[in-house]
Write a protein that binds this ligand. Structure first.
Ligand SMILES: Cc1ncc(COP(=O)(O)O)c(C=O)c1O
Length: 461
């Protein structure tokens, strides 16, 4: 065993749990529960499985809790490229270039036709902030008012104040206002709970046409951008119908609205295409990304933009502040670029996008077997991102409440499988389980996941 391994495993479990309980402020958690139960602490992972501090192994059908360890755990080549790059040059601020940044930007833009400039940052929220700032600055540069950004109900774009202002997760926003002006919502695209009370295909895709109504209400001269998750993730796993995006694109073009696609979750294979928007006939102007970009072996995010957008910022050097005056210190950490390059190599060489498509289709088929259960209202998804919406009864569609959802989650975990759920996001509608295993998952793993979810629903509801 190397020294590093000795160091990492040389601990007393009870001591670590106590240190965590006393000092770590966990994300999205009411800490009072730790007066009665230990904090969950993970120690190691291999493939699709992780082990906790008590030595209990789980099949991680959440890819690290928030759908990001796409190539799976324990990848030596990922660790090696990061190690080698850090020894060579760990960092230089993004005002200058580095070798892996240039290589990755080249690789990425080859995958995104028409988008040929990349701004690097550290988190999904930050990448979206960059997109908002780009839109606001273009309005300033052109001397117009088109600085407002529209977002969709149930979509999530991040944790910062501006990203929350642009997110349709009312419960995530609660207590964090006042929010900045310049953001307004369009309706969500969940057919199971159509915001217009209509049924597909006789609905004329009202949810997409509603964009034009909101633009008219807010004033076309004020709308600079629209940000959408190609497939809503944390808001309940919502793939819009096929006709949705061409209508959205047409309206954006009509009103000169920049279309930002937030690929933070869907990007890099999650839904069975390299980017989620590729399921649809649509060509975004800005694509933001994070999570699966380096499978979270190192933090990295980016906003990729059309050349026309980049050119708005090209002027002769002078006194004016007309270039994009933005920097993220850690957007210059080279470990993230090296990890992203290796991640891409793995995704391509192991054909993980195709695995996500094929095994994802198997996952959805298997989950449909649960649809007969009286509390399963809807099963939906794309590739390796599936959602199961649980209801008190099928005809009223009344969502299951916190207690039952909590019980289902607990039982699935006891069955040895980690899944996710809508988490204090949509008022009264935190009733969708989500399943998003690493893209290397096999059909046998899927059988294990579905069996655990079945037990969770049957015993918990
Ligand atoms: C679609 C989407 N965009 C943005 C974010 C924010 O990313 P981060 O947590 O890296 O800031 C998330 C986080 O889950 C997300 O799901």
């Amino acid at each position: 065993m190397s020294d590093t391994h000795a160091l990492l495993s040389d601990y007393d479990a009870e001591d670590i749990i106590e240190k965590d309980r006393r000092h770590v402020w966990h994300h999205l958690l009411q800490h009072k529960i730790h007066e009665e139960q230990d904090p969950k602490i993970f120690v190691e992972g291999q493939g699709v499985r992780v082990t906790d501090i008590h030595g209990v192994e789980y099949l991680d059908a959440s890819s690290g809790g928030v759908w990001c360890v796409n190539v799976g755990y324990g990848r030596e080549s990922m660790a090696k490229v990061i190690h080698d790059q850090l020894l060579k040059l760990p960092y230089y601020a993004g005002v200058a270039g580095t070798v892996p940044a240039a290589q990755f930007a080249d690789k990425l833009t080859n995958l995104l036709p028409g988008l040929d400039r990349v701004f690097f940052a550290n988190s999904g929220s930050e990448a979206n902030e960059k997109a908002f700032k780009i839109i606001r600055q273009i309005a300033h540069l052109n001397g117009n008012q088109k600085s407002q950004v529209l977002y969709r109900d149930r979509d999530y774009h991040g944790t910062t104040i501006a990203c929350l202002a642009a997110s349709g997760h009312e419960e995530r926003r609660q207590a964090y206002g006042p929010f900045p002006d310049g953001f307004a919502a369009i309706p969500h695209a969940l057919c199971y709970r159509c915001p217009f009370g209509l049924s597909y295909p006789d609905c004329d895709i009202e949810c997409a046409h509603a964009l034009e109504d909101v633009i008219q209400e807010e004033g076309p001269d004020t709308i600079g951008g629209l940000i959408l998750e190609p497939i809503t993730a944390g808001g309940g796993v919502i793939p819009p119908v096929q006709e949705y995006y061409p209508i959205i694109q047409e309206i954006c073009e009509k009103y000169g609205v920049v279309l930002i696609m937030d690929e933070v979750v869907c990007g890099f294979g999650r839904t069975g295409t390299m980017f989620g928007f590729e399921h649809y006939e649509v060509a975004p102007d800005i694509v933001t990304m994070a999570k699966g970009m380096a499978s979270s072996y190192a933090p990295i995010s980016a906003a990729a933009v059309r050349s026309e957008i980049f050119e708005e910022f090209l002027h002769d050097p002078g006194e004016k502040y007309d270039y994009f005056r933005d920097i993220s210190t850690y957007g210059g950490c080279t470990g993230g670029f090296a990890a992203a390059l290796e991640n891409m190599r793995i995704v391509e060489e192991e054909d993980l996008v195709e695995n996500a498509r094929a095994v994802g289709a198997y996952l959805l088929d298997r989950l449909q077997e649960l649809a007969d259960h009286p509390n399963v209202g809807d099963v939906r998804g794309k590739g390796l991102f599936a959602g199961i919406e649980l209801v008190a009864d099928k005809s009223s569609k009344v969502p299951l409440g916190e207690d039952v959802m909590g019980a289902v989650m607990r039982i699935v975990t006891e069955e040895g499988v980690l899944i996710g759920r809508t988490n204090r996001s949509i008022p009264g509608h935190n009733n969708t389980l989500n399943i998003a295993p690493p893209l290397i998952v096999s059909k046998a793993d899927i059988d294990e996941i579905v069996a655990a979810v079945r037990v969770g629903i049957e015993k918990g509801c």
